[in-house]
Design a protein around this ligand. Structure first.
Ligand code: ASP
Ligand code: MG
Length: 419
């Protein structure tokens, strides 16, 4: 007998038909002798619908996080949790839906992006001991002042992992509408392959690179508590054992296939700003970056090159920020350039039409030559590389957006990920 936390996302509970199908799947798990705590998202589209209602009442209210918006948004999960529980009870099973407060999920007070501080595991355990299937509403919590909070979009993943950690579950199963984690986005590369396993560090990288399958915070949390995570589809028949379905995110190197590269991610959510041929006497990359950090604007890739052959030392300086921060960044830097009469305004340029492709794999730690393969592959396709950044297990290149698909496919092929 195992103890599973099963998370069902919005599309998995997106209709009455789907809720009934999920109920059947849960019953199947229970009938195999397992204990289950279920964590649900709102029915698909519901959270957006609620935000839109707030927008209609007061246009500004929906764009900034607030206490009331969290009260509103959290209601979606209450509906799906209760409906699922009703479905289970009507089939003769003992089930109970619980809101965050009833499970003792305490969070910080950061509305719209609260962090879980603690969970009262004994409440959950007691229900399990009574043979009940617990259906917990995801995405929500309570702060110290008893306000309802939410954990950020996609936060039900994090609720599930936190509950799994609190009750020491054998596995946290994230049911979604895709079969698991793929070597790359199948919409970009139809030959993308489903990964049976992926290392936890690789998953962290892929989640931060915009692979939408898991909220990044949930993966970080899983890592902190060594929660075994599996991503799998709620749409495929459930006559099979789940232990060979989907993708297992693992901490044990022995469970991994020996792959140099596990995945390739592409994101268009960044923008590039570059300064070219600016004199070191008047320009400082540090000043530019601190202007941005003062406004909490995060910088991702950075490159600086110095042409020291010239008497008048000049540098090229380029970096990326999140697309959302692009406008604010440009206006800050325009002011900086205006104030600085020795930097001409043409030396600064911004581009929103870039894409970052990242090749991720823990195999890189022990194998050389990945960077050269990335660059030579892109060169063969005549794709200019604008910026490069690397970490121990990742190489990212910034390119023009129109080459995204071509670049992903070429790299997928070069690293033989379809095999
Ligand atoms: N319902 C929330 C959202 O749409 C939380 C979740 O689905 O994980 O973001
Ligand atoms: Mg999700």
């Amino acid at each position: 007998m195992a103890l599973f936390v099963q998370k069902y996302g919005g599309t998995s509970v997106g209709s009455i038909e789907r809720i009934n199908a999920v109920a059947d799947r849960i019953i199947h798990t229970v009938q195999q002798g397992h204990q289950v705590v279920v964590v649900v998202s709102a029915m698909s589209g519901e959270t957006n619908r609620l935000i839109n209602l707030a927008h209609q009442v007061a246009p500004d209210s929906a764009s900034s996080a607030s206490r009331e918006l969290d009260v509103l948004m959290s209601s979606g999960e209450q509906v799906s949790a209760s409906l699922l529980s009703i479905a289970l009870v009507s089939r003769g099973f003992s089930a109970i839906s619980l809101l965050a407060d009833q499970v003792g999920i305490r969070t910080t007070s950061a509305f719209g992006k609260a962090r879980i501080v603690s969970i009262q595991a004994d409440i959950l355990r007691e229900h399990l001991q009574h043979g009940r299937i617990v259906i917990a509403a995801g995405f929500q919590g309570r702060d110290e002042e008893n306000n309802i909070t939410t954990l950020g979009r996609g936060g039900t993943d994090t609720s599930a992992v936190a509950i799994a950690a609190a009750i020491n579950a054998d596995e946290c199963q994230i049911f979604t509408d895709v079969e698991g984690v793929y070597t790359t986005d199948p919409r970009l590369e139809p030959n993308a392959k489903l990964l049976k396993t992926i290392a936890f560090e690789e998953m962290i990288e892929l989640a931060s690179l915009g692979a939408k399958v898991l909220q990044k915070r949930s993966v970080e949390l899983a890592g902190r508590f060594n929660v075994k995570l599996r991503v799998l589809s709620s749409f495929i028949p459930f006559n099979k054992d789940t232990s060979d379905q989907g993708t297992l995110i693992t901490y044990e190197e022995s469970e991994l296939e020996e792959l140099l590269i596990s995945g390739i991610a592409a994101t268009k959510d960044e923008a590039m700003i570059s300064f070219s041929n600016v004199s070191v006497d008047f320009f400082s990359g540090a000043d530019v970056l601190s202007l941005l950090s003062d406004k909490s604007i995060e910088v991702d890739m950075i490159n600086q090159s110095l042409d020291s052959k010239l008497d008048n030392k000049e540098i090229d300086f380029a970096f990326t920020v999140g697309l959302d921060d692009f406008k604010a960044t440009m206006s800050l830097l325009r002011q900086y350039v205006e104030k600085n009469e020795n930097i001409c305004s043409e030396s600064m340029q911004g581009s929103e039409t870039v894409a970052k492709i990242s090749v991720v794999g823990i195999g890189m730690r022990t194998h050389a030559g990945v960077a050269s393969k990335v660059l030579s592959t892109l060169a063969k396709e005549h794709i200019p590389v604008l910026l490069i950044s690397t970490s121990e297990i990742k190489i990212s290149v910034l390119i023009d957006q129109r080459y995204t698909e071509l670049g992903v496919r070429a790299l997928h092929n070069a690293f033989e990920l379809h095999m």
